[in-house]
Design a protein around this ligand. Structure first.
Ligand SMILES: OC[C@H]1O[C@H](O[C@H]2O[C@H](CO)[C@@H](O)[C@H](O)[C@H]2O)[C@H](O)[C@@H](O)[C@@H]1O
Ligand SMILES: [Ca+2]
Length: 568
């Protein structure tokens, strides 16, 4: 943005940066078009880095921007070492990395190891020449009855995980679309190829990879072909290479699995795997709790979450480029969530809901604020989804997940300031619905209004970044007399570099004002409560650890617990 006049701090050395970071998922294609092509590009994103620095994000996650026929938003890769020409060139990508680094922003890209596009030269060679060097690069079979215990993930489009290839006259295995054949990880040459790809991008300066669809790398008869020991062995080898050759870079697992399975992707002390894993089950519970107006679903899912190994962190999120997945909730919870959040069948996709954050919450500012307050204070490093900071809408008349991948809305001008192209040539139309029209919902307008959602989100990120307790501190649910109130503490014991801090977070999930008495543990009794946002007049915690608070509808407090021997 013009006139932001920001200092360029550069990257600070901090091996545990990811534990305190706020991530921001941005589709290159959707953010800013610098060339008038109708699709976003690297230079467009570079031009908007000042905005992202101003917003206060620490790391960008870029979904695939590699050569691809784009039949699955780029998750169908045709060349792992080439960028899609419409996005720019490799030198423009490296310029993006260095410009982001100059602003103190790291970059994590997507690594899709499980499968390629059927247009990838490896697949073309594999189908044409079974005896050739790529003949064994994919999972081929004469029949389609193997691995029958593996579920189908894209239930809207696929009827089998096997598809017959008329060229090779065999079936090939695919966990996702039938144009995305799975690579054969049993083949050491496939594993070597992945190491080579990791080195290629790390040599260009990226700070890590999100490992797409990582539970599905290996297959084994008689299992559901998810989370297999061989997958973990491969990841441990990959991590060892990264630690050895690229210390400080991270691996972030995308494993849409229950927490007890996901935690295995952190690896063990002797064989670490990923520094971060997305925590899928907590996300739908936030939405569930908002409608049920009860804290228990969030408490339960966090109680089911094993402790983090040292030096690791959860990745949390409210929305992303996919449907809001409901794979990790019970059938009863799923039915309730479809009823609350996807009353029109068009809003559904696979096992989930293809809507953005603001429309999901019917554009309710108190609910949008509360759910942000939760994701920014619960354990984990939050990942925001581009456009949600201004409350962008979606378009359920577009197909599949394109509903939530429309151009970023910068201004009320043509194409929302995203592109100068003829509107008919945009990769997807900008949102022009009644409530979310880009005339009203755009960065320029929200920058001009200090009461906007954009300024509010930025303020929240500023507060979070001033308090490392949110990234590093222990998390404990504390008892409350009101089941609509979720209360928890974050406590950082502190060391030579980071001071002690304790914060009490109190969230009213109800649409009505509520009061609750909260029971803090003995070591936090008798403390003064100081509002992190500058509010005043809070009661002290009594000597028995109790404090009674009243909260407005969907209200929340972040209260520093001051006055213990340890924090003066
Ligand atoms: O590359 C195939 C897909 O991989 C990711 O998929 C994940 O999202 C799915 C929902 O769309 C989810 O059900 C699955 O468990 C995940 O692995 C990627 O994020 C998708 O965009 C992509 O199509
Ligand atoms: Ca596989």
């Amino acid at each position: 943005m013009q006139g932001l006049n920001l200092a360029q701090p550069g990257l600070r050395h901090d091996p545990l940066w990811f534990k305190k970071a706020v991530f921001y998922e941005v589709l290159v294609r959707a953010f800013a078009d610098s060339k008038g092509s109708g699709a976003g590009d690297f230079t467009g994103l570079i031009n908007r880095l000042d905005y992202l620095q101003w917003l206060g994000v620490d790391c960008l996650w870029l979904p695939p921007f590699y050569a691809s026929p784009l039949r699955d938003g780029g998750y169908d890769i045709a060349d792992y070492k080439a960028v899609l020409p419409e996005f720019g060139t490799l030198p423009e990508f490296t310029e993006l990395v260095s410009q982001a680094h100059a602003r103190g922003i790291r970059i994590v890209t997507d690594l899709v190891m499980n499968h390629t596009s059927d247009q990838h030269p490896w697949f073309q060679a594999s189908r044409a020449d079974p005896e050739g060097p790529y003949g064994d690069f994919y999972v081929w079979s004469d029949t389609d009855d193997g691995y029958s215990d593996a579920r189908i993930i894209f239930v809207d489009t696929e009827v089998s995980n096997w598809t017959f290839d008329p060229v090779r006259r065999q079936f090939f295995w695919h966990r996702f679309f039938s144009h995305q054949p799975d690579l054969n990880f049993e083949n050491p040459a496939v594993q070597d190829a992945m190491f080579d790809i990791v080195r290629f991008w790390m040599d260009l300066g990226i700070d890590g990879f999100r490992l797409d669809a990582v539970p599905y790398l290996f297959e084994e008869e008689g299992t559901n072909c998810e989370n297999l020991p061989k997958t973990h062995e491969f990841l441990a080898r990959l991590r060892a290479m990264v630690d050895e050759e690229y210390p400080g870079r991270i691996l972030l697992a995308e494993a849409n699995q229950p927490p007890r399975e996901v935690v295995d992707y952190f690896g063990t002390d002797g064989a670490p795997e990923c520094q971060m894993c997305f925590h899928f089950p907590v996300m739908p519970r936030l939405y569930y709790s908002l409608r049920e107006e009860k804290a228990q679903p969030i408490i339960d899912v966090l109680a089911d979450t094993p402790d983090l190994p040292t030096g690791t962190q959860w990745g949390t999120f409210l929305r992303n480029h996919d449907e809001l997945t409901l794979e990790m909730v019970t059938p009863e919870e799923r039915a309730a969530m479809y009823g609350w959040y996807a009353p029109d069948p068009r809003m559904r996709a696979n096992v989930g809901i293809r809507r953005r954050l603001a429309p999901l919450l019917d554009n309710s500012r108190p609910e949008i604020e509360l759910i942000h307050a939760l994701i920014l204070s619960l354990p984990g490093s939050p990942c925001l989804y581009y456009g949600d900071e201004i409350g962008m809408g979606d378009n359920i008349w577009l197909t599949d997940r394109d509903a939530v991948r429309t151009p970023m809305q910068w201004t009320p001008d043509r194409n929302a300031g995203f592109s100068s192209v003829d509107p008919g040539k945009l990769y997807l139309p900008v949102i022009s619905s009644l409530v979310y029209h880009y005339n009203n919902v755009n960065v320029e307008a929200q920058m001009a209004s200090s009461a906007s959602l954009l300024h509010w989100v930025r303020g929240m990120l500023q507060v979070r970044s001033r308090h490392p307790v949110f990234g590093l501190g222990d998390f404990t649910v504390v008892e409350s007399t009101n089941d609509a109130i979720l209360a928890f503490t974050r406590v950082l014991e502190g060391d030579a570099t980071t001071p002690y801090e304790a914060v009490l977070c109190v969230n009213n999930l109800s649409s009505r004002p509520q009061a609750a008495t909260i029971q803090l543990p003995e070591h936090l009794a008798g403390r003064e409560l100081k509002d992190l946002f500058g509010g005043s007049g809070f009661p002290w915690v009594a000597a028995d650890g109790r404090v009674t608070l009243t909260l407005g509808s969907r209200d929340f407090f972040w209260l520093q617990l001051r006055g213990g021997e340890d924090n003066g």
